[in-house]
Design a protein around this ligand. Structure first.
Ligand SMILES: [Zn+2]
Length: 269
């Protein structure tokens, strides 16, 4: 949303939806523009795989290869089936055009959960099925993990949505970026807060938090087993409409692709 529209909507604060001040002069949308634009050099090629074929978990994986060498970034949507921001943005990212490296996207990771509009699928919460030191605990988790090992990502981004705000609402983790120690978590928080969070929504500023990485979550496992730089991104639906959640998620993914060298935009790092 453009600033002009935010100002025009200034009197509608009591509504259910408060939109982000997208497109401020401070920038931040350059990465997203670069993600959607044709690659800087050569053509990208896209391969589609089917994960867990002939099972209820059957779901597509998209591998988008840039002509230039670079890291492999793997993006997950729909690990929780009722968190649409990640599903929508991962579907979109499947048609983005990285300038370098490889972008691997699974938009509907727990497809049963997505179809049922539930957090968990047939074996419950997929994001608790990756115990340290053990095998993944469900058929779906094993199939997803096999794909992760095959693509051997340098970076893993898992997209989520919470019901409240981390540090404001007890037990909720929205507007937070949990990340491995080697990640650009703080840079992402700064970029998002600068580019996307309106001044009148200070509680919605993103918080970066280095995770201990010793839990049963997919991004923990990617860090432990593959030494991937790993992120778990959480927006919130507290006072936000769906499109605002989607937009902030979109920006986060694009900024991380930029930080990790897949996009030629913004300031060099
Ligand atoms: Zn989630």
């Amino acid at each position: 949303m453009r600033r002009r529209r935010v100002l025009a909507a200034g009197g509608v604060f009591a509504g259910t939806a408060i939109a982000g001040a997208w497109g401020r002069p401070s920038g931040g949308s350059e990465a997203l523009e670069a993600a959607r634009a044709p690659a800087a050099v050569g053509d990208v090629t896209t391969n589609t795989e089917t994960l867990l074929p002939d099972t209820v978990h059957e779901t597509p994986l998209y591998e988008i290869d840039a002509a230039e060498d670079g890291p492999t970034v793997m993006v997950f949507g729909g690990v929780h089936g009722d968190e649409y921001n990640g599903i929508v943005v991962a579907h979109e990212a499947a048609s983005w055009q990285p300038d370098a490296g490889t972008l691997v996207v699974i938009p509907e990771t727990d497809v049963v959960a997505v179809k049922n509009d539930r957090r968990g699928g047939v074996d419950g919460d997929l994001n608790r099925h990756f115990p340290p030191g053990g095998e993944p605990e469900s058929e779906l988790a094993r199939g997803i993990w096999a794909a992760v090992e095959r693509h051997d990502p340098d970076v893993v981004i898992d997209l989520h949505r919470s019901l409240g705000i981390y540090g404001v609402h007890q037990q909720y983790v929205g507007q937070a970026i949990f990340h491995s120690p080697d990640a650009y978590g703080e840079d992402l928080a700064v970029a998002l807060n600068d580019a996307a969070i309106p001044w009148y929504m200070p509680f919605h500023d993103f918080t970066a938090s280095t995770s201990t990485m010793n839990g049963p979550l997919l991004f923990h496992e990617a860090y432990r087993e593959l030494e991937a730089t790993a992120y778990l991104f959480e927006t919130t639906d507290f006072l936000l409409d769906q499109e605002t959640m989607n937009e902030w998620t979109r920006l986060a993914v694009a900024k991380l692709l930029e930080f990790h060298g897949l996009l030629e935009s913004g300031e060099p790092r």
